[in-house]
Write a protein that binds this ligand. Structure first.
Ligand code: FES
Ligand code: FES
Length: 170
């Protein structure tokens, strides 16, 4: 066992674990962050997708000991204290999930996509989401919800810019 310091959902966190413990085990079994799911355990299905320094990563294969000083975000840390992430709002509006098992991984993969590409095409979405499997076949609704969230984020950004302009005139 050894001590490892990292940041999880904006909280500085010290974990005392074996060096080879996968992040997914620490999230679920030690920290109680069970929104991130175990699917295949070999980085193939995407159910365990989280962000590490804003990039999507498979929590089932990355080790806690490789994350010292890094910032991890899970589905529990995607919303602010008062507002759901635009993707979460779009997911609800489009009624995306069926069984729901894959969905936190899907949303985290989509959030990473929108961070790097705020206006993705269908092809961009299919490419970015290709490693996230859904046995219930919700792919069409996932794609549609990503487009909706991207549009909502753009409208919100435009409104912010208008507000900034108004402030400057005062
Ligand atoms: S559980 Fe990690 S990719 Fe499947
Ligand atoms: S909603 Fe059931 S596996 Fe995706």
């Amino acid at each position: 066992m050894a001590l490892y310091n990292l940041t999880i959902n904006d909280v500085k966190t010290q974990l005392e674990v074996e060096p080879d413990m996968p992040l997914l085990w620490a999230l679920r079994d030690i920290l109680g962050l069970v929104g991130t799911k175990y699917g295949c355990g070999i980085a193939l299905c995407g159910a365990c997708t989280v962000h590490v320094n804003d990039k999507p990563m498979r929590a089932c294969t990355v080790r806690v000991s490789d994350l010292v000083g890094k910032s991890v975000r899970t589905i529990e840390g995607l919303a602010t204290s008062t507002t759901l992430h635009p993707l979460q709002q779009a997911w609800i509006a489009a009624d995306v999930p069926q069984c729901g098992y894959c969905q936190s991984g899907q949303i985290m993969a989509a959030a990473a996509l929108l961070k790097s590409n705020p206006n993705p095409s269908d092809a961009d979405i299919d490419s970015a989401m290709a490693g996230n499997y859904c046995r219930c076949g919700t792919y069409n609704r996932i794609r549609s919800a990503i487009h909706s969230a991207a549009k909502a984020a753009r409208l919100s950004y435009d409104a912010t810019q208008r507000d900034v302009g108004q402030e400057r005139k005062v």
